[in-house]
Ligand binder design. Structure first.
Ligand code: DAH
Length: 341
């Protein structure tokens, strides 16, 4: 028995399987129910008592070594198997399995507007979408009998008679002037609501950006220069502007500003209705009464304000023909806008 054990210990020591099959063959040969090593354990009963201790130790050693060897080789084959069979190339760049979204065009243009004005020192101010009568109308010289207050134009909050969904971001002007001391230089982007029938050119909700600049000696020339800078930054250096006299209750004098048509560059096309100009915003010098309504000394300070629709700017910039597209969020539409933001 001793010889057998020693012989098998040697065999186990030198054993190196070429394949998984050969390994399995040896496992059966040595360790299965009828395997050589297992059989030796059966034979152990017949070993003389004085040898039992020594034989027992050797036999256990043989079994452990055989098992360890087989396990080690098995592991080796399994690892080999996975690398050989695998076709995964870990150096290939990852595929974007999760499709990345794009920014909404309104957000892209809003950010551009904020950036353009930030470069000349304008901060951003937030307002509120549910507004009281004072901030949306009264403080802005829009008296109670003004047509803009009509139920047809304004959404009122039925349970709160004094509250409306703001119809213009001009309401933020009032909050700012009430709470800050001049100099004030800020823009306020946000959503506004009007009771309009939805069509390609109108919607019951849209976005505006309000601008406000109050200081000593602010003039109409400052307003014009600021708006010219904005127009060139937004629509290109060759953009021209023109101001037409207009009326807003909260500015005096008031104007509407046109830019040279972004599509035909002034030559005339259906976007500009063959005039060469398209209107983009309303503006003016803040009415002294509005300053006083907000407790700002109108003998000391002057200011200008302007307001523009973000949808309108976006439509002109990207030649979008239907306003409703901005609110439908059709992925085929929004995916066309990529941004470096
Ligand atoms: N709030 C005006 C509107 O919704 C736009 C506007 C015009 C804002 C003139 C102004 C302004 O600040 O000075 O049509």
């Amino acid at each position: 028995m001793r010889d057998k054990i020693e012989k098998l210990l040697e065999d186990v020591e030198v054993f190196a399987a070429d394949s998984k099959e050969q390994l399995e063959e040896y496992r059966i040969k040595w360790l299965s129910k009828k395997g050589e090593i297992t059989t030796l354990f059966d034979d152990f009963k017949t070993v003389a008592p004085e040898l039992k201790r020594e034989m027992g130790q050797r036999l256990n050693e043989l079994k452990t070594r055989a098992q360890d060897k087989i396990n080690a080789l098995k592991e080796k084959f399994e690892n080999q198997h996975s690398t050989a069979e695998s076709t995964i190339d870990l150096t290939v760049p990852g595929e974007p399995f999760v499709a990345l979204g794009s920014r909404h065009p309104i957000s892209i243009v809003k950010k551009q507007i904020i950036d353009i004005f930030a470069r000349i020192g304008f901060t951003v101010s937030d307002g509120r979408e549910i507004e009281d009568d004072w901030h949306n109308f009264t403080a802005l010289n829009t008296p109670e009998n003004h047509p803009a207050r009509d139920m047809q134009d304004t959404f009122y909050v039925s349970t709160l008679p004094d509250m409306v969904l703001r119809t213009q971001t001009s309401s933020v002007q009032v909050h700012i002037m009430e709470n800050q001391k001049p100099p004030i230089r800020t823009i306020s982007p946000g959503r506004v609501y009007r009771n309009e029938a939805i069509s390609a050119r109108a919607h019951c909700q849209f976005h505006q950006v309000e601008g406000l600049y109050i200081d000593t000696n602010v003039s109409f020339a400052d307003l014009k220069q600021t708006l010219m800078y904005f127009s060139k930054e937004m629509f290109g250096a060759d953009t021209k502007i023109r101001l037409r006299p207009s009326y807003f209750p909260f500015t005096e004098p008031s104007a509407e500003m046109d830019i040279s048509c972004t599509l035909c560059k002034g030559a005339g096309c259906n976007v500009c209705k063959y005039s060469g100009w398209v209107e983009i915003l309303g503006c003016g010098m803040v009415d002294p009464q509005v300053l006083e309504n907000c407790k700002i000394d109108s003998t000391k300070y002057t200011g200008f304000a302007f307001g523009m629709g973000i949808e309108r700017i976006t439509m002109l910039k990207y030649q979008v023909k239907d306003l409703r597209l901005f609110f439908e969020n059709d992925i085929r539409f929004v995916n066309q806008f990529t941004s470096a933001l």
